[in-house]
Write a protein that binds this ligand. Sequence first.
Ligand code: SF4
Length: 219
Amino acid sequence: MTAIALSRLHFPVTTLGPGRRIGIWTQGCSLRCPGCLSPETWRFRREKTPVADVIAHLRPWLAQADGITVSGGEPFDQPQALAALLTAIRAEFHGDILVFSGYPFPVLNDELARMTGLIDALMSEPFEQDAPQTLRLRGSDNQRLHLLTPLGETCFARYNAPLPADEKVLDLAIDDAGVVSLIGIPRRDDMQRLNEFLTDRGHSFTPVLRDNKDRNRSL
Ligand code: SF4
């Protein structure tokens, strides 16, 4: 049975594509872009979740979701598991699927050919911390949005555009263990502004690199 290493699952996500979305973050990234804001997702783990268990976990959300966003980690570091997961999702879900990858687009050609029809829109290219950050859905403007299906064209063509001021937002989620996560594409100074906001109100701010093994086990 195919299994996938996951960092976390969340619904609803409103900051990573149109509508109310399911967020799927894979665990493990070999690219290690300087300045990455998700280094807790880099480490590869033996613990994996069977795809059937992931689908069972997602099923209550699928009927409510407009789309699904898969990010990482690096989803294409587990290409067979990614394909199995997306195939299973496609069998039950008719919304759009957006996948983020840090690989250059030409590197993904073969894998994408094997996944034809499974991904509606793909964001490719590594995060570059010194590049400008002015475009929608990008952590850096070198990242490229590819519209791979007609549904991808419909849902994401408008995302090849500058980021409007009212989209400079992040979702905030608190899990059962009380861990607070910011979900979305952070602006470069968001962490500093959050630190200042909390410090001004008498709170301390300590970013935590979370160990995700318990999350994988709990699915
Ligand atoms: S590909 Fe994504 S998760 Fe991996 S290092 Fe780059 S920004 Fe971070």
